[in-house]
Ligand binder design. Structure first.
Ligand code: NI
Length: 257
């Protein structure tokens, strides 16, 4: 059974040029263990809260992360995740830590499992119109399946694309330089799809119905080679597409089918 406690880290980071910037993350600490038959709990959450506040949030509150006191320079979210893991010694209140998740607003999110590799997710947005219509189905069948989404003139969405990469942080403290990932996603996907009609303007969807599933898979295919060529050992881990607040799809490549 997994149990998660959420705390907020509010600190200050010194950039290479010496300028200070606020550094705010939600810290999710997840522990794993059996449910105690007497208490019905895996871990006492009040105790977990106490440990996290004592060891992490109080210790880092307002502290300038600048490379002194043995801390790594360039306090990237990846380094902060490792620092949190190390301060907790891989456990909280006697339970084994399963995962540390640092959620920056709006991004990145770093997921650390105590291994050399970690997952980093950055979030992108684009607005596009589409019409759900399969060339492989009769018009009546399309209308039955897709209803108002089959409207010939189309309709729009504000899409949210979450791109997750996995790898070992490099000498710069990052799995992949944020600017490099941002540029790839802009060049390969967002700049091509934003404010476009997917069915008409995007070659991949001329013969493919632009459902959320197909959009996510197409984004994966467009991103993978470029993402994985930036740095040795970095892999595209997951592409998640939020079409609406209520409809999300995730794609992790063919092997996850
Ligand atoms: Ni739609």
């Amino acid at each position: 059974m997994l149990v998660t406690r959420v705390e907020r880290i509010e600190t200050v980071a010194a950039a290479a040029d010496g300028r200070l910037r606020p550094c705010v993350f939600d810290l999710e600490a997840t522990v794993e263990g059996p449910v105690d038959p007497a208490s019905g709990m895996v871990v006492n959450l009040a105790e977990m809260k106490g440990v996290l506040r004592r060891e992490i949030t109080a210790g880092l509150a307002g502290e300038v992360l600048d490379g002194r006191d043995g801390r790594a320079a360039a306090p990237t979210p990846e380094r902060l995740a490792r620092l949190v893991w190390d301060r907790l010694h891989g456990e909280v209140s006697g339970r084994r830590l399963r995962r540390i998740r640092l959620i920056g607003r709006p991004s990145p999110t770093v997921e650390h499992y105590g291994e050399s590799e970690m997952d980093v997710t950055r979030i992108y947005e684009f607005s596009a119109s589409h019409r759900l219509h399969s060339p492989h189905l009769a018009d009546e069948e399309n209308e039955r399946l897709f209803g108002k989404c089959n409207n010939p003139a189309g309709h729009g969405h504000n899409y949210v694309l979450e791109v997750t990469v996995r790898g070992e942080p490099g000498a710069d403290g990052e799995v992949l330089p944020a600017a490099a990932l941002d540029r790839i996603v802009a060049d390969r996907v967002v700049d091509r799809w934003d404010h476009r009609n997917l069915n008409v303007d995007v070659p991949e969807f001329r013969d493919v119905n632009p459902t959320a599933e197909e959009i996510a898979r197409t984004a994966w295919n467009r991103l993978r080679a470029d993402v994985e060529s930036v740095r040795d050992g970095v892999r595209l881990r997951r592409v998640k597409l939020r079409e609406t607040e209520r409809n999300h799809v995730e794609y992790e490549g063919e092997e996850a089918q």
